[in-house]
Design a protein around this ligand. Structure first.
Ligand SMILES: Cc1cc2nc3c(=O)[nH]c(=O)nc-3n(C[C@H](O)[C@H](O)[C@H](O)COP(=O)(O)OP(=O)(O)OC[C@H]3O[C@@H](n4cnc5c(N)ncnc54)[C@H](O)[C@@H]3O)c2cc1C
Length: 398
């Protein structure tokens, strides 16, 4: 953008997508205002895996964010996918992955990641306890539930999977659909359990562990279910995990036994099966889960939100007008994120397959790929990890 007056962006939502958008836009000279409805920054979920593609995106923002993430995170060593008895179906070599993608796989606590992103925001740019009620896309106006109106050259809708902005921008468009999956998350002390990296695919579900910093383990599981699970009772505790995963190889039963039942977080998974027609309307850009909620099986929901944020800031910085920048943003992000949504759900179907024949074929395929060497499995991930866009490569946009 040219001109002397700083352009202003109103960002709805202080999740990973909204905070990254604020940092990326501020890095390109925008005046940013983030509004968050909750009175405190309290991300939902315990931890997440941050893949090399997201770190590559964050490298495009000034402030050394990736080094700060590495300081908070545990670098993941060799990992992969095991069968119910603990034998490798697919084994990744972390050194080869690092060489291939330029950044390590890391896992980080969400609260620490969000806290760190917040600490880098320009002074006074976050308003907590501030709820966006309506958006006028063409005027760039956000009306708060108090009646106050905020105006921007740009509005970023980063208001998550239950976005209010999405149905207002795209009336009648199908909301994210229940994906036939439910997921559990918890954190336990690793001491004595060991650092078991990766996931185990069993019948109808998967169970995974990722090391976190300071001797903690992030424990997650997912199962195929016919309908969203009811809340409350033992279903939200570790009895359900024991029932579904307690027969799997060591140390999974021990890890489940360590989980504080009251701390288990269970989430029914929804997926944006019908892609939005566009990621921009008027002066509004939509990003992250609000735009393309996906199953967690590629570990890419937050990573894609980060790619969105960095791409948005880049497109606006090189285009002549906000309208052109937003059109470029949609062109760059809609195909890639739609592919991620589809592949994440396909991966979930494989990981949580219930039919014995499907599982036998799946396991055989993974083992056969393993025989081709450690790079073969990694190559399957290239479409995710090898993200090329001028926003990160610095090449002039075509
Ligand atoms: C079980 C599970 C495991 C996952 N694991 C991974 C992983 O390993 N790696 C990965 O990359 N992704 C993972 N994800 C996906 C990831 O959690 C999401 O994709 C990511 O958090 C989305 O970020 P966001 O900023 O778009 O939305 P959110 O984090 O949902 O943030 C939206 C924010 O907007 C605020 N808000 C909403 N409405 C309003 C309003 N009207 N006014 C003001 N504020 C508002 C909300 O309070 C919230 O703070 C996982 C998801 C699940 C369910």
């Amino acid at each position: 953008m040219t001109g002397t007056a700083r352009q202003r962006a109103i960002i709805i939502g202080a999740g990973i997508g909204g905070l990254t958008a604020a940092l990326a836009l501020a890095g390109k000279g925008w005046d940013v205002q983030v509004i968050e409805r909750t009175p405190k920054l309290k991300p939902v979920g315990y931890a997440l895996a941050m893949a090399p593609n997201a770190q590559r995106a964050l490298d495009a923002i000034p402030g050394g964010i990736v080094a700060r993430i590495h300081a908070l995170a545990a670098l993941q060593g060799d990992g992969g996918i095991r069968n119910a008895r603990g034998a490798w179906l697919s084994h990744n070599d972390s050194a080869i992955a690092l060489e291939r993608y330029g950044h390590p796989f890391v896992a980080v606590r969400r609260a620490e990641l969000v806290g760190m992103l917040h600490s880098l925001l320009p002074e006074g740019s976050l308003r907590l306890g501030t709820m966006a009620a309506t958006v006028n896309a063409h005027e760039g106006e956000v009306t708060l539930d108090t009646g106050e109106v905020l105006r921007g050259d740009l509005v970023v809708a980063a208001d998550g999977i239950h976005s209010r902005t999405r149905p207002a921008l795209f009336p009648g468009h199908p909301a994210p659909a229940f994906a036939g999956l439910t997921a559990w998350q918890a954190v336990i002390e690793a001491d004595g359990v060991g650092t078991h990296i990766g996931t185990t695919w069993s019948s109808g579900g998967e169970f995974g562990m990722l090391p976190l910093a300071n001797g903690w383990l992030y424990v997650f599981a997912e199962a195929a279910v016919d309908a969203p699970m009811t809340r409350g009772g033992h279903e939200d505790g570790n009895a359900e995990l024991t029932r579904r995963f307690g027969h799997l190889h060591a140390p999974i039963p021990e890890a489940i036994a360590r989980i504080d039942a009251s701390s288990v977080l269970r989430t029914d998974i929804h997926s944006m099966r019908v892609p939005l027609p566009s990621f921009n309307v008027g002066r509004v850009a939509i990003l992250g889960d609000a735009a393309h909620a996906m199953a967690p099986n590629l570990g890419q929901g937050a990573c894609q939100a980060i790619e969105d944020a960095v791409t948005l800031a880049y497109c606006l910085s090189v285009a002549g007008t906000v309208a052109d920048g937003l059109a470029d943003y949609t062109a760059a992000r809609l195909p890639r994120t739609s592919l991620m949504v589809r592949r994440s759900e396909a991966m979930a179907r494989l990981a949580t397959a219930r039919h014995p024949l499907t599982r036998a074929l799946r396991n055989g395929m993974l083992r056969a790929m393993g025989l081709l060497g450690p790079s073969a499995a990694l190559r399957q991930a290239d479409f995710v990890m090898r993200w090329e866009h001028p926003a990160v490569s610095g090449a002039p946009q075509s």
